[in-house]
Design a protein around this ligand. Structure first.
Ligand SMILES: Cc1cc2nc3c(=O)[nH]c(=O)nc-3n(C[C@H](O)[C@H](O)[C@H](O)COP(=O)(O)OP(=O)(O)OC[C@H]3O[C@@H](n4cnc5c(N)ncnc54)[C@H](O)[C@@H]3O)c2cc1C
Length: 390
């Protein structure tokens, strides 16, 4: 058994780390200051500029197929890079990406939606959650009714990331109420903001925030259906599925950086004439964090590796998401404890992480939904105890 990275994986990971350390981390203090003033830590124009710089380093479209100018990286490499991204709290991500389900678009739609999203000229958002349907996404109600060459959409989506900035949405709507959304009753539509939906920003405990999208008699041409009629729920699950190993990959980077800060503090902060790291109470928090970081790393990499094998990654990804999201919350909490009062201030990023990582246990499938999937797979014999080694 070989747990090491290949030379190529190491080289790409290290180049990403170098870029983030040299180009992104120096912006951290300014980002913290801006966020304290309730401004974005990084302006869109600054993000685009950094993304262009990264492109020159070779980082463009981590998951984007080569025919669209991307790197088309294997999932393991994407995971490693998302961990690097997690090391900085500046809201940077590499450019050249588009929602994975936009590749289901036809050629005209690709020109109108996919290509400009990859280029960063258009901003998308994906909308399935509604005020009455989150975990139970098959219970959505936003209705699309056929009227000649158009569909007329009515209803509300909520908690939509980028919802306030997007100029188009991929919205999943009920097209056949006689069927459950999960059984062919829902369809995905590509809807320009100019077609008439409006957004309302939602304040959250995190930086930035999602939005509600309100549809009142919004007319959408039939040609704007993404994929097939009745395929909306399946596409929605594909969109959510991608984040299931990338969110914990990101969490791992946050936890590693935070734990590094705790080590440094434990080795320098003195109380009662000795470094706090000489106390067993502090040592145990460090040790427990290190164990959990390592455990998460291997669950996450196995989930990504499962994707690369072409196997069904749902079980492995749910375990990685459940454990990775819980792990980062526990680690950041301990890191704050080790920093005492300083950890609670806005001088340091710890309280920011504390707010940020709480979301990881909620969105793209709550902890409880991951547990539901994992236990259901076991109970139905879809997976074996011991996984692929069993
Ligand atoms: C900041 C943010 C960004 C988001 N971005 C997007 C986005 O871009 N697009 C999008 O479509 N959605 C998005 N979401 C929505 C997110 O995916 C949902 O909030 C999440 O799936 C949970 O749904 P809910 O909030 O309706 O909670 P509910 O489903 O109402 O659940 C409430 C609680 O009950 C638990 N629960 C529910 N059912 C069960 C059960 N059967 N057994 C045990 N426990 C259960 C849940 O785990 C949770 O703890 C975002 C949410 C947030 C907060």
């Amino acid at each position: 058994m070989d747990f090491s990275l290949t030379d190529e994986e190491r080289a790409i990971r290290d180049t990403a780390r170098q870029f983030i350390t040299k180009e992104v981390m120096p912006l951290e203090q300014e980002a913290l200051l801006r966020e304290r003033r309730h401004q974005p830590g990084l302006e869109l124009s600054e993000l685009r500029e950094l993304q262009q710089k990264a492109k020159k380093f070779g980082f463009w479209g981590l998951s984007t197929p080569e025919e669209y100018g991307g790197m088309n990286l294997p999932a393991v490499l994407q995971s490693l890079i998302w961990t690097e991204l997690g090391r900085t709290f500046v809201q940077f991500k590499f450019g050249g990406e588009a929602d994975n389900i936009l590749y289901y678009a036809n050629e005209d739609q690709k020109r109108e939606f996919l290509l400009p999203t990859i280029e960063g000229d258009r901003i998308s958002c994906f909308a399935i959650t509604e005020p009455g349907a989150g975990s139970d996404a098959a219970n959505i109600k936003l209705r699309a009714v056929r009227d000649g060459d158009d569909w007329v959409l009515n209803g509300e989506k909520t908690f939509i990331t980028n919802g306030n900035d997007a100029d188009f949405t991929i919205v999943v709507a009920v097209t056949d109420p006689s069927k459950r959304a999960s059984q062919g009753g829902a369809t995905a539509f590509l809807v320009d903001k100019s077609m008439g939906w409006r957004s309302e920003f939602i304040q959250t405990m995190g930086e930035g925030g999602p939005a509600s999208l309100i549809f009142e008699d919004v007319r959408v041409p039939h040609r704007n259906i993404l994929g097939e009629i009745g395929q909306g729920f399946e596409l929605g699950m594909k969109w959510i599925g991608k984040g299931r190993y990338l969110i914990p990959s990101n969490a791992l980077g946050i936890a590693e950086r935070a734990l590094g800060m705790a080590l440094e503090y434990a080795n320098t902060r003195e109380t009662f004439g000795a470094k706090i790291g000489t106390n067993q109470a502090i040592q145990w928090m460090l040790a427990d964090s290190e164990v959990e970081v390592e455990a998460a790393r291997w669950l996450i990499l196995r989930a990504a590796w499962t994707v690369d094998q072409g196997w069904d990654p749902r079980h492995a990804s749910s375990m990685a998401k459940l454990y990775g999201a819980g792990m980062v919350n526990r680690v950041v909490d301990r890191v704050m404890q080790i920093h005492g009062g300083m950890g609670y201030t806005r001088e340091l990023p710890i309280e920011r992480w504390y707010r940020q990582v709480r979301l990881m246990r909620i969105y793209e499938g709550t902890d409880e939904m991951q547990r539901l999937i994992i236990s259901r797979d076991l109970l139905r014999g879809y997976t074996k105890i011991g996984g692929h080694l069993a």
